[in-house]
Ligand binder design. Structure first.
Ligand SMILES: *Cc1c(COP(=O)(O)O)cnc(C)c1O
Length: 362
């Protein structure tokens, strides 16, 4: 026994001692365009099917650990076998488990920032050597030669298409080169692919390329961010490894039942997705019409916009207009950038008019 004050951090695993709880402490706001959620009300038949699935789910039994009925529906969606699918508590759990399983201390993860910050975060947690291959900071294009070179020593490469937060789509030739010229596992994160042009996905490549994996989520286009369900399409051997290490009940009975209904009724979402895509184009044009605002083209359900005093603009949007957007202005390579989720036409009009007021004083 000693008199030293209790310090949980000092007892934690060394790699974790600098971490703090993630609590974005959102100010309740009228319009939330900060997290790339689908802000539209659910299409009639889709919403009803989800509600019925929820109401008829018994909570006294444990979930099916491998969620086989859901896997079958997803497998059918993509024309693959059940053995090529694994589900997770959001894409996030699958990302963490991939790093836990196929990387770990001393192994390398390569990705191309600015991209999804969780890659680097989960790498740090798992004591993985994270090697960023930075995009060009004007058009966010990839440095393909540097990527291929870095990938030669990597256990895992993660590419995001469309990318968050820059919105651009990956050239398939880059994936081809990584598969042909390196021995790394390659994950293509397609969280936003439903909003991208037809033909963007590389899911159909997985069958012939066992080192390729594709991540999908129900959090974005499917309008189910709160449900926590994502999945990976991968070689059966990869699925088996991930199936062996996963928290067995991480996808609960409600998530499995609702996700199953959502996958089965996915055609009902098409009009909403088309609307979001057309609103994205309209929002992009309107924002670039505001003095001093630069907008990058996007294939996702958000746009990245650069402007003067972005951090202050974001705070005034929140405080004076009750609109939340995501501030990236302090992130490396994203000086002056805000990421704005594409909302309903009314929400988009509000953010454009608020920004016009703030930046042009009108
Ligand atoms: C949102 C997102 C995910 C997955 O999110 P979940 O809600 O955990 O399914 C994965 N990758 C990217 C790039 C994302 O933006």
């Amino acid at each position: 026994m000693t008199d030293t004050p209790f310090e949980a951090k000092a007892r934690a695993r060394e790699a974790l001692q600098t971490f703090e709880p993630y609590d974005p402490a959102f100010t309740p706001s009228k319009i939330n365009l900060s997290a790339n959620e689908n802000t539209y009300s659910l299409p009639e038949g889709y919403g009803r099917a989800l509600a019925e699935a929820m109401a008829s789910t018994a909570l006294n039994r444990y979930p099916d650990p491998m969620a086989n009925e859901l896997r079958d529906a997803i497998a059918e969606r993509h024309g693959v076998e059940r053995r090529a699918i694994i589900v997770g508590n959001g894409g996030d759990e699958l990302l963490f488990n991939l790093l836990f399983t196929f990387c770990g201390p001393g192994k390398r993860l390569v990705s191309c920032p600015p991209d999804f910050s969780e890659y680097a975060l989960f790498a740090q947690m798992n004591e993985v050597d994270y090697v960023p291959v930075w995009r060009r900071l004007d058009d966010f294009s990839l440095d393909v030669e540097a990527l291929v070179e870095a990938a030669c020593d990597a256990a895992l490469v993660i590419l995001t298409s469309p990318n968050n937060p820059t919105g651009d789509v990956l050239d398939h030739a880059v994936i081809r080169r990584l598969l042909d010229e390196t021995d790394a596992l390659v994950l293509v994160d397609e969280a936003y692919v439903e909003f991208a042009p037809e033909g963007t996905s590389v899911v159909s490549w997985v069958a012939d390329n066992p080192r390729l994996m594709v991540l999908r989520t129900l959090s974005k286009a499917f309008g189910l961010a709160g449900l926590r369900c994502g999945y990976l399409v991968a070689a059966p051997e990869v699925v088996d490894m991930l199936g062996a290490i996963r928290q067995i009940y991480s996808v609960d009975v409600l998530a499995q039942a609702v996700a199953l209904a959502a996958i089965r009724k996915r055609d009902l979402l098409v009009p909403t997705i088309e609307k979001i895509v057309s609103e994205r184009e309209r929002l992009g044009v309107s924002l670039s019409g505001i003095e001093g605002v630069t907008v990058w083209p996007s294939a996702a359900n958000f746009v990245l916009a650069r402007m003067r005093d972005a951090a202050q603009v974001r705070a005034r949007l929140r405080d004076e207009h009750s609109i939340l957007v995501r501030d990236f202005s302090a992130a490396p390579g994203l000086e002056g950038c805000l990421r704005i989720t594409v909302g309903t036409p009314e929400e988009n009009d509000c953010v454009v008019s608020a920004l016009t007021t703030l930046l042009e004083g009108k």
